[in-house]
Design a protein around this ligand. Sequence first.
Ligand SMILES: Cc1cc2nc3c(=O)[nH]c(=O)nc-3n(C[C@H](O)[C@H](O)[C@H](O)COP(=O)(O)OP(=O)(O)OC[C@H]3O[C@@H](n4cnc5c(N)ncnc54)[C@H](O)[C@@H]3O)c2cc1C
Length: 329
Amino acid sequence: MGESVQTTYDVIIVGGGPAGLCAALYSGRGMLNALLIERGLPGGELLNTDLIEDYIGFESVKGPELARLMTEHAKKFGAEVVMDTVEAIEQRPNGEFLVTTQLGKEYHAPAVILTAGGTPRKLGVPGEQEYAGRGVSYCAVCDGAFFKGEVLAVIGGGDAAVEEADYLTRYAEKVYIIHRRNELRASQILQDRAFKNPKIEFIWNKVVEEVEGEPRGVTRLKLNDTVSGEHSTLTVGGVFIFIGFTPNSGLIKGHFAHDASGYIVTDNHMMTSIPGLFAAGDLRVQLTRQITTAVGDATTAAIAVEKYLTDRAHQKAAPADEREAVASS
Ligand SMILES: Cc1cc2nc3c(=O)[nH]c(=O)nc-3n(C[C@H](O)[C@H](O)[C@H](O)COP(=O)(O)OP(=O)(O)OC[C@H]3O[C@@H](n4cnc5c(N)ncnc54)[C@H](O)[C@@H]3O)c2cc1C
């Protein structure tokens, strides 16, 4: 990774997680002149993941190892990767994009694939970071199977918390849902399911003050009652935190279609409501957020970019009267 001298590309990919790396691979194979801009080391959330056991073809692989393999593979097909933080993606009146970065660079391309992921909201309590990956998790589908027969805590009261707690009861002996209020925000159907699940017990009006453990992982939570102020402890083998996820969609300047939480709405080609701007992976509105869905989105996006650029070139080359006919058809 280094200084980029060139500033104009066919496509700029923002973010180098699984989605960005896969988009770079497909763009390279499609003979597009592609630039991938990543603010840190490529790999995205894979770098924060210990073991991955649900990426097809890899029975068990360490996150950083998969990140390394994906990066090498993407680079093999000619992807140019620079380390910089994108600050803004803006469409100019001619339809091209201007991508500006923290290092003061300005890159141009007729298409951008945004794969900047998002960040699970943290509790911000002692022990949370220390035990991340050793009992503290933000993804039930990813980590649930590592907790067979354990007693777990789920933090939160919205749809994600209640749905994921229900999912975790497939593996766990018991799941406590700890919520800071005495009622849930989750939809009624999810609440009803959770209340009927004999493995789920609710702990109301409590917040986590500290995550405690020993070298092998989490052993208990220190809780504080939001009404009485009383302190207590709860013995658990793991804690799953679902208090929100912030998609990194704020880089887009100008209006774009998104849901109430800021996730980007796309069509089946992964194109956003801004023509030429594509989105793939965790920051897109979708049912689940996994490595497989991120790379699937990215594959579609990169191939859709090729088609978009070809159509654009044809339109530019067509005589004015033909363009008018296409526009009015
Ligand atoms: C702890 C944990 C464990 C997980 N375990 C699994 C698992 O076992 N199996 C599974 O399938 N999924 C798992 N997931 C989910 C999976 O990691 C994500 O779905 C996947 O990484 C999404 O890929 P992405 O490329 O969309 O986003 P990310 O992986 O989040 O990558 C986004 C990238 O964009 C970069 N970026 C962000 N903003 C900017 C900017 N302004 N400029 C430049 N770069 C930027 C980031 O640095 C990051 O590298 C796990 C997630 C977590 C948090």
